[in-house]
Write a protein that binds this ligand. Structure first.
Ligand code: HEM
Length: 440
């Protein structure tokens, strides 16, 4: 029995259409209309419920473990995109059934705990000074004397991949990093279609080919760390894989897949958030004065506001494991429910002046930029430190940076993972060779 046959829900039909109509346009008016129509609204196009209030998305995150099945966990009754399980594992899990986003229960939680510890604020405090800050300044050195730059491709797109390559001791040349990032992006194109009903076969083949190529590029480096003697992240995994996976039943493929999921999880998301945070700084110059005056705490709060307002992940799908209710709407086992993070993060019932940057918000980390609950982003410690270093370096070294009015303006692009691009900027030229070892 279809949803429309069994009840008469509020639908997106009268609100401007499916969530997918917001691709490449600012979605905020649409989110307002959806939120005003009801906290839980049926999207005919996506065959899913849209949940847009802070309170109900919070409810979803609290019950993530026992009530909701995550989108990449294979379910024989509802095969993702109708694909055979082994093909799904090859794509989503990089050929490993242990990959965290595919796993559930104790195996998932064990790995999640390992990642949280590995990227904890204590460890990140060391990486901040020794690894992240020098990379940020080196990128700025490459264009600072010119007085103009395009900050997405010349800066954001290279900092996060360089950081991850450095953490995993991979080659760090721009061609290698851009090649890998291109493959990750091809995979994201398919992931954002997962919200739709049908799979485009050509897109599927391209995504599988990108996954294979990523595997071919990365596996020689993963294999070379097998002795576990290095001080990089992959050697750390090789030293005791059972401690990472929570089981002795692992293979070499599981280690390769873990490296691939670190790469995929840590690059695109951070690149996109970098662009969105810089966009906020470029469009409100007074923020820079506030950040200079407020120092490290203000920068940290600014990063949270950037994640709240323009966290790149706009929504996350789940499937109900059993019948339940959300804000008075009956949800049946098997229904697809989409937490619209972008809407919940600007819910006026939760946030005063929801569309404004407020560096003094109470509990600034209480947003869904990293989702929340059992499947919240386990790399958030790393992302935060990178973003803080990026913001600090930009206001320090390009104090008068502004959008270049003579170049193409930024647009808020894509659908599931969104960013402002291009970011063509002008500024007073500076000197390369900044001493990144100096304290902030
Ligand atoms: C600003 C940067 C980042 C943003 C906005 C972001 C956002 C998110 C979000 C919203 C989720 C939840 C997905 C869901 O539950 O459906 C997630 C999960 C995940 N993220 Fe991040 N992330 C970022 C950086 C990172 C980094 C640096 C890493 C790796 C070091 C990483 C690795 C992962 C992994 C492996 C998951 C899956 C967790 C699970 O299945 O339990 N992310 N991220």
């Amino acid at each position: 029995v279809s949803v429309s046959e069994r009840r008469c829900p509020i639908t997106t039909a009268g609100l401007g259409g499916s969530l997918t109509t917001t691709a490449d346009v600012a979605p905020w008016d649409y989110f307002d209309r959806v939120r005003e129509a009801g906290d839980v609204v049926w999207d005919e196009g996506l065959n899913a419920w849209l949940v847009s209030s802070y309170e109900l998305v919070k409810d979803m995150t609290r019950r993530d473990h026992d009530l909701w099945q995550a989108p990449f966990v294979p379910d024989p009754e509802h095969p993702p995109l109708g694909l055979p399980l082994d093909e799904w594992t090859d794509f989503i899990g990089y050929g490993s059934a242990l990959t965290m986003s595919m796993s559930e229960g104790p195996l998932h939680d064990h790995q999640h705990g390992w990642w949280m510890k590995t990227f904890s604020s204590r460890v990140m405090g060391v990486w901040r000074d020794t690894l992240i800050r020098p990379i940020v300044h080196e990128r700025i050195d490459s264009f600072v004397a010119r007085g103009t730059a395009e900050l997405c491709t010349e800066f954001a797109d290279l900092v996060a991949p360089r950081v991850v390559a450095s953490v995993m001791d991979l080659p760090q040349d721009d061609d290698f990093l851009r090649r890998l990032s291109g493959l990750s992006h091809q995979r994201i194109v398919l992931k954002q279609r997962q919200a739709e009903r049908e799979l485009d076969p050509a897109l599927w083949q391209a995504s599988l080919a990108a996954t294979r190529e990523m595997h071919d590029l990365l596996s020689p480096y993963i294999d070379a760390r097998r002795s576990g003697e290095g001080d990089d992240l992959i050697s750390l995994v090789w030293r005791d894989p059972a401690a990472v996976f929570g089981t002795d039943d692992y293979t070499e493929q599981d280690v390769v897949a873990l490296a691939e999921s670190v790469w995929d999880g840590a690059t695109g998301t951070t690149m996109y958030t970098t662009c969105n945070g810089l966009y906020l700084l470029l469009t409100d110059p007074s923020l820079r004065d506030d950040l200079r005056a407020g120092g490290e705490p203000a920068v940290a709060n600014f990063v949270e506001e950037a994640l709240r307002l323009y966290g790149p992940v706009m929504f996350r799908p789940r499937i109900a494991k059993r019948d339940t209710a959300l804000g008075g709407t009956a949800i049946r086992a098997g229904d697809k429910v989409i937490a619209v993070i972008g809407a919940a993060n600007r819910d006026p019932a939760r946030y005063d002046r929801p569309a404004a940057v407020d560096l003094g918000r109470p509990s600034p980390r209480n947003h869904f930029g990293f989702y929340q609950g059992a499947r919240s982003c386990p790399g958030q410690g790393l992302a935060r430190v990178e973003l803080e270093e990026i913001v600090t370096a930009v206001i320090d070294r390009m104090p008068d940076v502004r959008i270049d009015a003579d170049a193409p303006p930024p647009r808020y692009r894509e659908l599931l993972m969104r960013r402002w691009e291009p970011l063509n900027v002008a500024f007073t030229p500076g000197e390369p060779g900044h001493d990144s070892a100096s304290p902030r």
